[in-house]
Write a protein that binds this ligand. Sequence first.
Ligand SMILES: Nc1ncnc2c1ncn2[C@@H]1O[C@H](COP(=O)(O)OP(=O)(O)OP(=O)(O)O)[C@@H](O)[C@H]1O
Ligand SMILES: [Mg+2]
Length: 250
Amino acid sequence: MLKVTNLVKYYKRFLAVDGLSFEVGDGEIVGLLGPNGAGKTTVLRCVTGIVQASEGAIEIDGIDLETNEEEVKRRIAFVPEVPTPYEMLTVWEHLRFIAMAYQTMDGFEERADAMLHRFDLDEKRNDLVLSLSKGMKQKLAIACAFIHEARVILLDEPLIGIDPRGVHELKEMISEAKSNGKAILISTHMLDTAERLCDRIIILRRGTILAEGNLAELHESAKMGKDASLEDVFLTLTEEGGEVEITPLS
Ligand SMILES: Nc1ncnc2c1ncn2[C@@H]1O[C@H](COP(=O)(O)OP(=O)(O)OP(=O)(O)O)[C@@H](O)[C@H]1O
Ligand SMILES: [Mg+2]
């Protein structure tokens, strides 16, 4: 389980994340939504330890990031917003390198084969990463995240730029990870997908949580009827100046 308590992040004097607390349970998929600049990537980067939180605590299965960084990082898989793979490795070498780094080489070959097949990358296995198309690099980043046995999977806008079959496979992989008891946190602007895929949604704006819950709970927060779509809820809650009074979170 991922637990984030009172997370604050300043970039110099700019407050990007303002005291967020939330949890993602085992076998749960939580969607992180919010307008551009809301703080989604910052939250995910703080959770991975890529950027250092200014305040607050991040724990995975009760292990604290600050005091036990290596143990926490070992339990996290992350698909960044902009993947930066090692371009001078082949696709196969890249997958193997990640699996070795995370010490999860048991059954590596079968898992890697299956992953490449799912993402239609069989033909590219011996090609250098630098020769891949943009979407192929995104698929490789996803494959790398799923190749090791992480407890918590963080995905930052993973659906951008990959083809419909890739999107389908990724959704399947996320659902399978859920069935295997992983905690999954996914930032996205694709509201239809979030509505279908996520057990719970967190809507951020300017580094704070506007609303959190399943669709029914979000309807309540936005004071909207149960027929309202997630898009209606999102647009109402995130409208600047048109503030609805937000129901306090428990
Ligand atoms: N390295 C940085 N230095 C200074 N400010 C930053 C830095 N990274 C992000 N910010 C600022 O923090 C805020 C949150 O940015 P963040 O990238 O977390 O937003 P986001 O919700 O992921 O947006 P998007 O939907 O566009 O990906 C923005 O105002 C951004 O300009
Ligand atoms: Mg972002």
